[in-house]
Design a protein around this ligand. Structure first.
Ligand code: MLT
Ligand code: ZN
Length: 457
């Protein structure tokens, strides 16, 4: 193994002063957003072009040093921080955002482009980008592709993979694969973008993506509805999905989460009293969708109360009740974040039972539940647990397996869940994953300590 001095000198040959070794600066790249995962690294390397990324990967391969690719460091499963002393490869300087191709409704964006900048550019050209979520001001295109980011609009536009028409990436060998032409029909063999998307930096380092855009919807209405049970809220979500083709989001949260959000943010609750379950829906169309939403609501049973907003600031306030869950829970200490998907038919029972499962394992812990009701994705957050005590993670993920769910809906496997991958993937699937890893990253340079279980597991 090369010494730190040799590693830094060799990397400086590729990117000059963009090899950061200052301890305080490096520290801002080595802890994840939740503070549950804290690593350390000899250096953060900040290339500004695909050629430089390829040079960094080749140098690391030659030195026998592993690296962790990192975008906006908004990951929630310890997949983008150096937990095994890897070099951090920051892609934030790959900022090129090409002009929107208004004829095709597409754009090519560098890995370091931030989601909110992509939204803004698409909007300015009369289009929109179909993926959205709360960390839009920090999350980057490269990170979103690497983790196949989901978010609040998946039920209408699909996940990041569904937006991806092409990719430029550096394989573990240091070679560059680039296919950014944006042809919608292109049946010429393996779909590398689809394979690399969601591979969490284990197969290739994404440097740019060709993304599909969606029509901009100028008229929006948001409603928050209160229900007595999760099951009633999910029935309502199905009614909205069936009757509103312009439904863009259907999001769930509970009274405990709303109370916490209000106490942390100082916001007032949407209704005078608290109710057990809330569903936030957003409808977005070319013409005002308020009436269509009201009509759909009239055929929903068990609505206790409803509040509707059309003007942007009131809509944003309603969204904040849901989106501020993440930061509110984070104020209670590093949470265990279990992002899972369940068949919709089992989701209500799972949500009702999961707090007991947690309580039986860790009586002092608290469970927070919220998520994307429209696509069966619930975020089980548990506070009051030591970061490295994963008995609750194990209990909840086993329960997900028993219900036929997925142990990761949208955040990925990362370091946090690799030892439970078998709950969602067969031995043969995991062997195929390993074969792909060996083919594209033969020396295990790219994020070797995430996603796949340690050998033998
Ligand atoms: C969300 O849906 O708010 C995000 O996935 C973040 C989180 O799970 O905390
Ligand atoms: Zn989410």
């Amino acid at each position: 193994m090369a010494s730190n001095r040799v590693i830094v000198d060799r990397l400086r040959e590729v990117v000059g002063p963009q090899v950061i070794v200052d301890r305080d600066v490096v520290a801002s790249y080595t802890t994840d957003w939740t503070r549950r995962f804290e690593g350390r690294s000899v250096a953060v390397v900040r290339p500004a072009s695909t050629e430089e990324v390829a040079g960094v990967v080749a140098a690391c391969r030659e030195l026998g040093v592993a690296l962790v690719p990192q975008g906006g460091n908004t990951g929630l499963v310890g997949g983008g921080v150096p937990l095994h002393d890897e070099v951090v490869l920051s892609l934030r300087r790959l900022q090129t955002l090409e002009p929107i191709d208004t004829l095709a409704g597409q754009v090519t964006a560098g890995a370091g482009v931030v989601l909110s900048a992509l939204h803004q550019a698409a909007r300015a050209a009369g289009w929109a980008y179909g993926v959205d979520f709360a960390s839009r001001d920090s999350a980057t295109v490269g990170g979103m592709v690497a983790t196949n980011a989901g978010g609040t609009h998946v039920l209408r536009y699909g996940d990041t993979r569904a937006q991806l028409l092409g990719l430029e990436a550096v394989l573990g060998t240091g070679s560059v694969v680039s296919h950014l032409g944006g042809l919608v029909k292109d049946n010429t063999g393996y779909h590398l973008p689809g394979l690399v998307c969601g591979s969490e930096g284990t197969l290739a380092v994404v440097t740019a993506a060709r993304l599909h855009l969606v029509p901009a919807m100028p008229c929006r209405t948001v409603a928050v509805l209160a229900f007595p049970t999760v099951s009633h809220a999910l029935d309502a979500s199905a009614v909205f999905r069936r009757s509103l083709p312009a439904l863009e989001a259907s999001e769930l949260f509970l009274s405990s989460g709303l109370e916490l959000v209000c106490s942390v943010t100082g916001m007032r609750a949407p209704f005078s009293g608290l109710h057990p379950v809330y569903l936030l829906v957003e409808v977005a169309d070319h013409a005002d969708p308020t009436e269509a939403l009201a009509e759909a609501t009239s055929s929903v049973d068990h609505v206790i109360e409803v509040v509707v907003a059309t003007d942007p600031s009131r809509r944003a306030e309603l969204w904040r009740y849901r989106e501020a869950h993440t930061e509110a829970i984070n104020t209670l200490g590093p949470p265990h974040k279990l992002d899972v998907a369940l068949p919709l038919g089992s989701l209500a029972e799972f949500i009702d039972r999961v707090p007991e499962t947690v309580q039986a394992i860790a009586p002092a812990a608290r469970t927070w539940l919220f998520g994307h009701a429209g696509d069966g994705n619930v975020h089980v957050n548990v506070s009051g647990l030591p970061p490295d005590d994963d008995r609750v993670d194990e209990g909840v993920l086993r329960m997900v397996g028993d219900f036929g769910g997925s142990i990761s809906a949208e955040h990925g496997i990362g370091a946090a869940k690799r030892r439970w991958l078998y709950l969602s993937r067969t031995t043969d699937e995991i062997s195929a994953f390993r074969a792909l890893k060996r083919a594209l990253d033969p020396d295990g340079v790219l994020n070797p300590n995430v996603l796949l279980p340690t050998d033998g597991a």
